[in-house]
Design a protein. Structure first.
Length: 268
């Protein structure tokens, strides 16, 4: 009877108060940082992303890849938890490969979008993957945004991540219909730069991915925004005398005794 009465359950209130009184902090979500964008132009789609990976307030990777392969004609930018974005896109890429073998047809962008949003909706936002999906199929160029809860949008340009507002301002000011390839690449790179320079969670370099009916150009480190100020020489050559010699002893080879054969081990 009690289980069917409805209402709220406060069974864990006293437990939570006890834990809080003993100094136990409740778990908190990690803040993630990224700037990813996509824009449709006359002949295809341009995807772009920054390359900073963060772990809280620590930069975990300065040159990670946030543009993931889905199919030969489809790529996907991921924001959120790195493990979630990598594994979700890899799973959908595998399913699309099996679908291509079963049907004998090129994968369509809307098929990838349906697989991604169905998986994310199933987990009700607990899979932290905010995606921008772009590609070109027999119906032309397509660009979709997929939110962690499974909702989607089809847009001519899109931004996501902690730097998305800065990038969206650039798009709203500079986007126009039927842009050329060079104009779309420059606009996408400028949108990523605005996120890198104005958002602490975004940084390092700019990656671009240009998708057309003729193929894909994945331009890794298209712009180096925060490159090193020095070039390390490898291998490193140290001049004689760099390390002082404190003691020297020379043993002639004639005084060296070589013992051949195995040495027995002492056992109890």
């Amino acid at each position: 009877m009690g289980s069917n009465a409805g209402g709220f359950s406060f069974e864990l209130v006293k437990r939570n108060e006890l834990l809080a009184s003993k100094g136990v902090q409740p778990p908190r979500a990690w803040k993630t940082g990224t700037t990813i964008v996509g824009v449709v132009y006359k002949d295809g789609v341009v995807l772009a992303a920054d390359t900073r990976s963060t772990s809280g307030s620590t930069v975990a990777d300065k040159n990670c890849e946030k543009i993931h392969y889905i199919a030969p004609n489809i790529y996907c930018c991921g924001a959120g938890t790195a493990a979630d974005t990598m594994n979700v896109t890899a799973m959908v890429s595998s399913n699309l490969e099996l679908h291509k073998y079963a049907t004998g047809r090129q994968a369509r962008v809307v098929t990838a979008m349906t697989l991604l949003k169905s998986h994310l909706f199933r987990y009700q936002g607990h899979v932290s993957a905010a995606l921008i999906l772009g590609g070109v199929d027999l119906h032309g160029p397509h660009l979709f945004t997929i939110f962690p809860h499974g909702s989607t949008d089809a847009l001519p340009y899109a931004t996501m991540g902690s730097g998305s507002l800065n990038a969206m301002a650039v798009f709203e000011a500079g986007y126009k219909d039927d842009m050329t390839r060079e104009e779309a690449m420059a606009l996408a790179a400028r949108a990523i730069r605005s996120g890198v320079y104005n958002d602490l969670g975004s940084g390092s370099n700019v990656d671009l991915c240009v998708i057309t009916a003729d193929g894909v150009d994945y331009l890794r480190n298209y712009e180096l925004l925060q490159g090193k100020t020095y070039t390390r020489q490898f291998p490193v050559h140290y001049p004689p005398g760099t390390a002082p010699v404190l003691k020297e002893k020379v043993i002639p080879l004639s005084e060296v005794t070589v013992v051949e054969g195995a040495v027995s081990m002492e056992t109890e």
